[in-house]
Structure formats: structure tokens, C-alpha cells
Design a protein around this ligand. Structure first.
Ligand SMILES: [Zn+2]
Length: 384
């Protein structure tokens, strides 16, 4: 199902191809996040036009609203949201541990109150796999516990033990036809825990492996370290997915560390604050200096927004709160992320990835505001 096509001789970067029931995914790949069954502000036609190969859906949110019965009556998630291409669903574990109001951790899952209406619900390995089976996603994720950054060593260990036990229970559940299941490695910033968790999860045998417990508020060097201490224990012939990451420069660096798949709410989240991603960093389109700037957001970008609109016009739209402004920034930002992955794949094919990596990372100025938006997104109600 996963074909490793090429490995970069100067880094751990990999070019691959991943076959799912709803289509082939070329890796490295960025997966736009459709938490509630929609990539915020974008429609499927736009997603396809910008080269989207796979999107994310969210078990926790979708099972609360509109509810599984409605999605099943609508023909499953692909048909309900009119996206006939690959979908990855996350297990809901992250939301249960970050959003739910009251919770009790039990041997076989978590009891919690819905963040919407306070109703008492429970979610565990059995429930999440049943929901993901009914949704009919191409890739389902195991139910894990993602403890907060800076949790005690005792909490980190307990989370790893539960994550391993729950992964095994997920492994035993029936799947939708052709559905693949990815195991998740936790372990925080502790090398021994990461190794132990990775070995145990890999021993269970999954179709792919995710590195979880990153993007939970840790400083960037710790995030890279967590990936570096996990990657050596993951098999080369399965895709690797870094959950919830990252900025463009971070994704380039993570590709160089052997990661194949990414998801991040940043492109659409910061768009709604009037921030645009470029290959040189972020710019605030709302800023006064764009008032009479007739250039597109980024020269050379072929997205619909850059082909048709000036910064001056987009700034105007944002200032008067026209929905089109937010939509066009979401179009540009998502396109930028997808184009970056397409460029990475082209450089891997041509054998020039390392030169590209050096040039890109040196030219990219990270914005503190964007990095803090990433942290905010971890607790925001509406997103994963
Ligand atoms: Zn653009």
C-alpha cells in the first residue's frame, strides 16, 4: 500500500506513494484539516484545484454534530461532504483530552461531557474504531492519550501505557472495507519512553505510524527532538505522519527528518486573522502598508487569489469584513502549503532536496505571532 520510491542521500527525506480505497497519495503530503466535515472557508472544487490529495475529518466533532446516524444516512462521510477522495479521520482522543469538560479515564476509554451540550459520553478504542468504520475513512487513527507538555514523568508513562493498550484494542476491531489504520507513538520529550512506545506500537503492526504528542506547546527544538528520537524505530516501508504540524519551514525540516504526512490548521486559521503565508514568512494583509499595494500576496504564486486580486483589494475586503477576503486568504495559504509539498516532491525526484531545504529555511523568517497561533489552536473549541 505504501511504496517508498526514493530516499534523499543527504537527509532522511523520502518520496513515496500511498494507495488508499479513494485514491493514490503522493508523499510527502500536506492534508488540509476539515474538522467538522469542511475545510474552513473552502469548497471541494477549490481544494481539488489547488492539488489537495487527502483531507482530515474529526471523529469527536462529527460524532457529536451532526451525529453518526445522519452521516450514515447521507451515505458515509465521503458522500455526505462530497469529497470522493481520500480522508483520514483522527480518533477523537486529542479532543477528549483537550476539549471535554469532565472526564474519567477508564481501562477501556474515557468518560466525558460533550463540550457542546454537556451530555455524558464515552469514547475508547472500541467506540472510535466503530465510528471511523461507519464514517468510512480511508485511514483511521488509533485512540491515544496525548498528555500536555510539561506533564509529570509519571503522567507521561501512564499515557504511554494506555496508548499502547488502546492501540492493541483498536488493532483487534473490525474495519471498513480497505480501511487502513495508523498507530500513534506518544512519549513526550523522553527518549526512553519514545523508544519503548514506538517499539510496542510497531510490534502490533499498523499500516502507518503517527508521531503524536508534538505541537502541544513545546519549544521547536523539543518538537524536532521528539521526531528524531521516534523516527529510527519506525519501519521504512510504512508512512510516517507528524500530527498537527507545522509552519512551512518546520515541514521542510520534518521532511528532512523522515516524515511523510502533515496536517495543520494554521493555513486556514491565520487566514481568518488576515495573515498570509509566503515562502519568505508571513505577512499581515490588513496592515496599512498594503493600502495601495497592487501586487498579489506572493509574486509567482498561481493560486486563484494571487492570479486575480491585489493586496490592496484583499486588505479592503478584510477591513470591511467581507467573507471573500477570508476565503481568498484561505485559498492562498492552503495553496502555499500544498505547493510547498509539491515542490519538495519535485526536488526529491530531481535529487535537489537538500539544496532546496537550505535555501528555503534560510529565506523563511518565522513569525512569533504565527507560532503562538499554532499553540492557541491546540485548545480552540472548533479545531483539532
Ligand atoms: Zn497565492
Amino acid at each position: 500500500m505504501f511504496e517508498l520510491l526514493k530516499t534523499d542521500p543527504r537527509s532522511k527525506a523520502r518520496l513515496g506513494r500511498f494507495t488508499t480505497p479513494h485514491g493514490i497519495i503522493e508523499t510527502p503530503v500536506f492534508m488540509p484539516v476539515g474538522t467538522q466535515g469542511s475545510v474552513k472557508a473552502l469548497d471541494p472544487r477549490e481544494l481539488l484545484e489547488m492539488g489537495t490529495q487527502i483531507i482530515l475529518g474529526n471523529t469527536y466533532h462529527l460524532s457529536i454534530r451532526p451525529g453518526l446516524d445522519i452521516i450514515q444516512a447521507g451515505g458515509g462521510l465521503h458522500q455526505f461532504i462530497h469529497w470522493p477522495h481520500p480522508i483520514l479521520t483522527d480518533s477523537g482522543g486529542f479532543q477528549v483530552f483537550s476539549l471535554a469538560k469532565i472526564r474519567k479515564i477508564l481501562a477501556h476509554g474515557v468518560e466525558f461531557r460533550s463540550h457542546v451540550d454537556g451530555s455524558l459520553l464515552s469514547l475508547g478504542p472500541k467506540e472510535t474504531m466503530a465510528i471511523q468504520r461507519a464514517l468510512g475513512s480511508d485511514i483511521a487513527m488509533t485512540f491515544d492519550e496525548c498528555p500536555p507538555h510539561n506533564c509529570s514523568p509519571w503522567e507521561a508513562r501512564a499515557a504511554v501505557e494506555r496508548t499502547i493498550r488502546w492501540a492493541q484494542e483498536c488493532r483487534e476491531q473490525p474495519r471498513a472495507s480497505g480501511q487502513q489504520v495508523f498507530g500513534i507513538v506518544q512519549g513526550g520529550s523522553n527518549p526512553a519512553l519514545r523508544e519503548e512506545c514506538a517499539k510496542a506500537i510497531v510490534a502490533l503492526g499498523f499500516d502507518g505510524y503517527a508521531i503524536g504528542g508534538v505541537s502541544v506547546g513545546e519549544p521547536e527544538p523539543e518538537m524536532f527532538a521528539a521526531v528524531e528520537m521516534t523516527e529510527p524505530f519506525l519501519p521504512a516501508d510504512r508512512p510516517r505522519y507528524a500530527m498537527g504540524l507545522g509552519t512551512p519551514a518546520q515541514m521542510v525540516e520534518l521532511v528532512a527528518r523522515g516524515v511523510d504526512m502533515f496536517d495543520c490548521v494554521l493555513p486556514t486559521r491565520v487566514a481568518r486573522n488576515g495573515t498570509a503565508f509566503t515562502t519568505k514568512g508571513t505577512i499581515s494583509i490588513k496592515a496599512g502598508y498594503n493600502k495601495a499595494d497592487w501586487r498579489p500576496i506572493e509574486e509567482g504564486c498561481v493560486c486563484y487569489a494571487c492570479r486575480n486580486f491585489s493586496r490592496a483589494y484583499l486588505r479592503h475586503l478584510l477591513n470591511v469584513r467581507e467573507i471573500l477576503g477570508l476565503r481568498m486568504l484561505s485559498v492562498h495559504n492552503s495553496h502555499m502549503y500544498l505547493q510547498l509539498m509539491s515542490d519538495i516532491r519535485a526536488h526529491l525526484t530531481a535529487g535537489t532536496f537538500s539544496e532546496f531545504r537550505e535555501r528555503f529555511v534560510a529565506g523563511y523568517v518565522p513569525s512569533q505571532k504565527v507560532l503562538s497561533a499554532r499553540l492557541l489552536s491546540r485548545t480552540a473549541e472548533e479545531e483539532r
